[in-house]
Structures are given as C-alpha cells and as structure tokens.
Write a protein that binds this ligand. Sequence first.
Ligand code: NAP
Length: 226
Amino acid sequence: MKIAVLGTGMVGRAIAARLAELGNDVTVGTRDVAATLARTEPDGMGNPPFSAWAAAHPAVTPAAFADAAAEAELVISATSGAASLDALHAAGAGNLAGKVVLDIANPLDFSHGVPPTLFVKDTDSLGEQIQRTFPDARVVKTLNTMNAALMANPRQLADGDHTAFVSGNDSAAKKVATELLASLGHRDIIDLGDITTARGTEMLLSVWLRLFSALGTPNFNFKIVR
Ligand code: NAP
C-alpha cells in the first residue's frame, strides 16, 4: 500500500521503517525536506538527526507534507499533537479527502512542565478535532496508547499479547486500520466505537505517563483481560 507517515520524530520513524519492511511504499512527511535533512543535532529527546535515520532507511522517501499525502492511499498523522492540525492543513484537505487517516498523536501540553497535561480532554479529543476539521477524511484514532517501538512491532513484548484500540466513525476505515495493525503483529484490537471514544484512549495517557515513571521503561502496554 502507498502510505504517507506525517512526522519525522521517533514515532514516524518507527512506524515508517516497519511498514516499509513489510513491503509498503512509504513516504515520511515533514514541513521542509531540505531543512529536516540539514539538521545535524540530536532532537529534543536525544534521537539522532533525521538525516542519519533517512540514510539508514533508503526505501523510505522524505517529502513535504502535501507531496506525501497527495500520493498516498492511507495517511498516518504522527506529528506533535499540538501541531497535528497545522501539519494536516499543510498536507491539504483535498489530499486527505476519502482517505483513511490514522491519528496516532497525543494532545500533550508541555507548557506546564512534566509530566505533560492534555490540551483537550473529557468533552473533546484530538481525534475529534481532526475529524471535524477534515470531514471528508476517514479518521481512525489508534496506537496512541503505547510507545513507538510497540506500535511498530508489538511482538517485541509478550509476543504481542496486549491490546490496541481503534476509534472512528467509518466502519470500513476501522477495518482497514485493523488489518494494517494486524500486519504489524497486533493480536488484540478492540473497536471502541465512534471517534468520540478517542477521548478515553487519549486520557489513558495520564495513566501511561505515570506508569512510565513508576516502571522506569516505556516497554509496557495495556492488556484488557476478559
Ligand atoms: P514529535 O516530536 O512529537 O513531533 C515531531 C513532528 O511534529 C515532526 O514531523 C515535526 O515536523 C512536526 N511538527 C512540530 N511542530 C510543527 C508545526 N508547528 N507544524 C507542523 N508540524 C510540526 O514526534 P514523536 O515523539 O515521534 O511523537 C509523534 C506523536 O506521537 C506525538 O503526538 C506523540 O504524543 C505521539 N506518541 C508518541 C509516542 C512515543 O513513543 N514517543 C507514543 C504514543 C504517541 P518536522 O518534520 O518538519 O520537524
């Protein structure tokens, strides 16, 4: 499948690399390709510059947000949550129309320090904001409740025996998302319902962040036992 992953951070890199490894035709979207490739310093999280990652993953093509989205059959929104709407506007509503858009970002607000708070919660969500802003896109909120490595390859932990959620208004889009997740190795995928259910999975971040602190590792996930 032709997939645009919007985002050059650790999430975009992890998911793009894995989707390419599985045989998909993957483009990574960024604001300005030349500027992104010219960065030589590690990012704020200490990850190596994108150019080093790109050199090691020649099968993945970097492109401007709009160019990546224009060519794609499916778009993954993996930018900073506070910038996701701007990045999707740059991608272009016309380039998103009719397409499945997986929103895997979180609405984190670091302006009050760490742990971050959520800039939207309880009565709305980033997933809903994206769906409202781009009504012709088929938005599915998913994968935001686990770390990037597990999103891309859940079998790294407990042979994938843990849970992923999908939220969205379009059943066919959620089926596409579920099949894509299964191709990554996700075994337990729960359809929570319409896009308003993204409120719950985004608010899980408050628990996730405290678990990260308590366990001292991001290598854990939620498992719904029933
Ligand atoms: P990030 O640092 O949160 O975001 C980097 C991306 O955001 C870059 O592609 C950057 O564009 C873009 N961006 C930043 N400011 C922008 C602006 N003003 N306009 C347009 N685009 C802008 O990356 P990340 O750590 O990989 O996280 C990506 C998302 O996944 C976040 O929402 C995060 O909360 C969520 N998430 C992360 C994890 C995890 O394990 N880290 C787990 C679950 C969910 P350029 O390429 O142009 O610089």
